[in-house]
Ligand binder design. Structure first.
Ligand code: NAD
Length: 295
């Protein structure tokens, strides 16, 4: 039997975020400010182009403006840094996104450290990592981690005191997500490739977040009734269909609620990025819809 778990779709979450963005962008527009995201793309990888297209499509629809630096695959570190510094210095640019991964000859740590923290809408600069670690409201978390929290909150999944098991400890998903969920008073367990008895860690949780990057690693034996499951993984299966880190077909009839792969967390990530751009525009122009000043 399949199809009994509540589907937590990303579209519903994104639509909700967009309603909030519309009023904030409208207020900024009334003060002559158009939130603006500068994209820095090195090379022409399919993943980057796909992400760029979806960001621009969704962003322009809500009133975010885009500019683009397209750099060739053999760009030098200096040339890339000059492009980023130019965007840092521009008062017309509120957010900067450097598509990653970068080619191996480029120093990604230096790149992430160079982006001005207020404009670092991808949340990868050391300053933002530290602020998120501290639980500061000024920290900008990576969009996927923030997207997972947005999904859980939108669907009113209880987090305070809940046992949450996160599988994956990357800097873009697992680690920052653990900090955000601690901030929601969850009891967080972080698992990774060296974790022993992973099945025990998932079965004891109220909420399981899979950010592993291994297709359909988690089958029905990892879950028990009543759980909420967020599947961050995205993979193309042998037959061309999209699958996650969780074997959704096998798990769907066991757990309480689950995110689909298509139209799941990934679709929220894009909207969260736009939200970060709007927040950056508010902070940099010291304007927001409530009239508060964010120096
Ligand atoms: P990563 O490769 O940086 O990290 C994977 C993590 O999984 C590591 O911490 C590793 O220790 C852990 N892991 C690997 N094998 C394991 C195993 N057998 N058992 C337990 N833990 C194991 O990956 P990432 O960048 O964090 O991405 C994770 C997944 O999320 C990928 O499938 C990626 O495509 C997807 N992703 C989706 C979005 C989105 O917007 N939906 C964004 C980023 C990443």
């Amino acid at each position: 039997m399949a199809g009994t778990a509540r589907q937590m779709t990303g579209k519903e979450v994104s639509d909700n975020i967009k309603i909030d963005l519309a009023s904030r962008i409208g207020y900024l527009a009334s003060r002559g400010v158009t939130p603006s995201l500068h994209l820095v793309r090195v090379g022409t990888s399919d993943d980057d182009i796909r992400y760029q297209r979806s960001l621009v499509r969704v962003g322009e629809a809500v009133g975010v403006r885009f500019t683009l630096d397209e750099l060739t695959e053999d760009v030098t570190q200096d040339e890339l840094e000059v492009a980023i510094q130019r965007a840092n210095d521009s008062s017309q640019i509120h957010g900067i996104l450097v598509f990653q991964p970068l080619p191996a000859h480029l120093d990604v740590k230096r790149v992430n450290a160079l982006i001005h923290p207020t404009k670092d809408v991808d949340g990868l600069s050391p300053t933002n990592q530290a602020l998120v670690y501290q639980g500061s409201p000024y920290g900008i978390p990576p969009c996927t981690a923030a997207g997972v929290v947005a999904v859980l909150k939108h669907y009113n999944v209880p987090l305070s005191g809940a046992r949450v098991t996160i599988i994956g400890r990357s800097l873009v998903v697992g680690k920052p997500l653990s900090m955000l969920l601690l901030g929601e008073n969850a009891t967080v367990t972080i698992c990774h490739s060296q974790t022993k008895f992973l099945m025990e860690r998932t079965r004891e949780a109220d909420v399981v977040v899979a950010a592993i990057g291994r297709r359909k690693l988690l089958g029905s034996e990892y879950f028990v009734p009543g759980q909420t499951v967020v599947d961050v993984g995205i993979h193309v299966d042998d037959d061309g269909s999209l699958v996650g880190d969780v074997d959704l077909e096998a798990v769907d009839s066991i757990v309480e609620a689950i995110t689909p792969v298509r139209g799941g967390v990934g679709s929220v990530t894009t909207t969260v990025m736009l939200e970060h751009v709007v927040t950056a525009a508010e902070r940099l122009s010291e304007l927001n819809v409530t009239g508060e000043h964010h120096a």
